[in-house]
Design a protein around this ligand. Structure first.
Ligand code: FNR
Length: 418
């Protein structure tokens, strides 16, 4: 209703309504480098294509004369009440697309009541995002660092920032093979985007200082190495502890960038690590990146609170199964109870409907809201969210679903037109 009412009042939309147009507008509004990173996927882009084809292979079969005048879009996931079954996926290095990206997204999330999952590779410290959101719901996404003290430090900060859950992303122990970024020779880290959770972290700063000391000693033997970079780093550490890499125009000094690339994740991450999590935080635990039913069962055995069925928006393995294709099998493997979220390929309200029909309790939106950000900042993010929710609500109304719980496999069938 709200969407049509705004139109009728003559308020021009800030972003194109259809996803294809939004994508084109976002591309025009972005630098080459930003577009390569945000829109890009792994390898030949097969996983990204699978993510969309998977939705095409399902058809909604609406029911008529169902007497639905009011819909209940609310639901609860791992203790967080949602006004609709939608959350904002963690997206790192957003500053590539817009200055102050994470704060704009945080405000848009708070204004629409949709939870924002802060990225471990965020561009503002989680404390600043939380402050911008008041009491609105947020979660924190963690990359499991090879430094266990850094893991604990991030968990403490997430608790203090009133995160409603910690989302541990399992599929990015190493960065995927991304030709678009490789062609430009650029990784976001290298120019300082997406490192704010680290540069605001006491444990990370401690590690960098140790490395600077080690480098200083090395420099006495090889003064040619990185003396200039190290000097900059030392002076910034002294002048702005906690913020020393922020607002830097020049490339991030090597020592810090290398520290980051060494410790942002642990390629040796195993179920034994994950088993320690329950004793290390009181937050609900969500595992992100599950695609195999056996992993889903294992996660349930571990006692996690929820999983995100996800292939990271097609950015990690080329030719991976679409998360929507993995969903029904995973739901069957774990049964009705465990909370399953889904992302990768959600572009519209009708996609949300299909994901719920196939067993998801809620979905995460990734690139679409980033495109809204690129085109029109905070207002763009809000509009993208409102459009997806409005179309989802309309789909429920037209298909005859009274509440989110009503949406099940009876509303869909394999698309006979394909
Ligand atoms: C991501 N994603 C991601 N996931 C995560 O756990 N931590 C992160 O820091 C990031 N960073 C990130 C950056 C960019 C530019 C993109 C596009 C994605 C993955 C994200 O959370 C989500 O899984 C996908 O974006 C969902 O797919 P769609 O909606 O983009 O198709």
């Amino acid at each position: 209703g709200v969407v049509y009412r705004n139109g009728a009042l003559g308020r021009r939309p800030a972003v194109p309504t259809a996803f294809g147009d939004l994508e084109r507008a976002a591309r025009r509004a972005s630098s080459k480098r930003a577009w390569a990173y945000v829109a890009g996927g792994a390898g030949e882009g097969r996983t990204m294509r699978n993510n969309r084809r998977a939705f095409d292979r399902w058809a909604i079969v609406p029911r008529m004369a169902h007497g639905v005048t009011e819909r209940d879009l609310t639901t609860t996931v791992v203790g967080t009440s949602l006004s609709s079954p939608l959350l904002l996926a963690p997206v790192g290095a957003g500053a590539l697309m817009a200055r102050g990206s994470d704060l704009s997204i945080a405000r848009a999330a708070a204004a629409t009541g949709v939870p924002y999952i802060f990225s471990n590779q965020g561009c503002s410290p989680m404390e600043e995002c939380a402050a911008a959101m008041g009491t609105a719901p947020r979660w924190f996404q963690l990359y499991w660092s090879s430094d266990e003290d850094l893991v604990d430090s991030l968990l403490r900060r997430a608790e203090a920032a009133a995160a409603g859950a910690v989302v541990v992303t399992l599929d990015t122990t190493m960065l995927g093979w991304r030709p678009q970024d490789l062609n430009l020779g650029s990784l976001p880290f290298a120019r300082g985007e997406g490192i704010a959770q680290y540069t605001s972290d006491p444990r990370f700063l401690e590690i960098v200082r140790q490395r600077i000391d080690a480098a200083r000693n090395a420099v006495t033997e090889r003064p040619d190495v990185t003396l200039g970079a190290i000097r900059t780093l030392i002076s910034m550490t002294r002048n702005h502890p906690g913020r020393f890499l922020d607002n830097l125009r020049s490339p991030v000094p090597r020592a810090a960038a290398e520290t980051l690339l060494d410790i942002y994740s642990n390629p040796g991450l195993s179920w034994e690590h994950l088993a320690t999590l329950r004793d290390r935080t009181k937050l609900p635990i969500v595992l992100k990146g599950i695609l195999h039913p056996d992993d889903a069962r294992r996660a349930v055995d571990l006692g996690v609170d929820a999983m995100v069925v996800s292939n990271h928006g097609g950015r990690q393995i080329d030719g991976s199964i679409a998360s929507l294709d993995a969903l029904p099998e995973i739901r069957a493997a774990v049964g009705r109870e465990p909370t399953l979220l889904l992302d990768s390929g959600i572009r519209s309200g009708s996609d949300v409907f299909v994901a719920l029909a196939l067993g998801a309790d809620a979905v995460l939106l990734g690139r679409p809201y980033m495109y809204g950000l690129a085109v029109a900042g905070q207002r763009g993010v809000e509009e993208v969210i409102r459009n997806v929710v409005a179309e989802f609500d309309l789909t429920m109304a037209l298909a005859g679903a009274r509440s989110v719980r009503d949406i099940d496999e009876r509303f869909v069938r394999p698309n006979p037109s394909l």
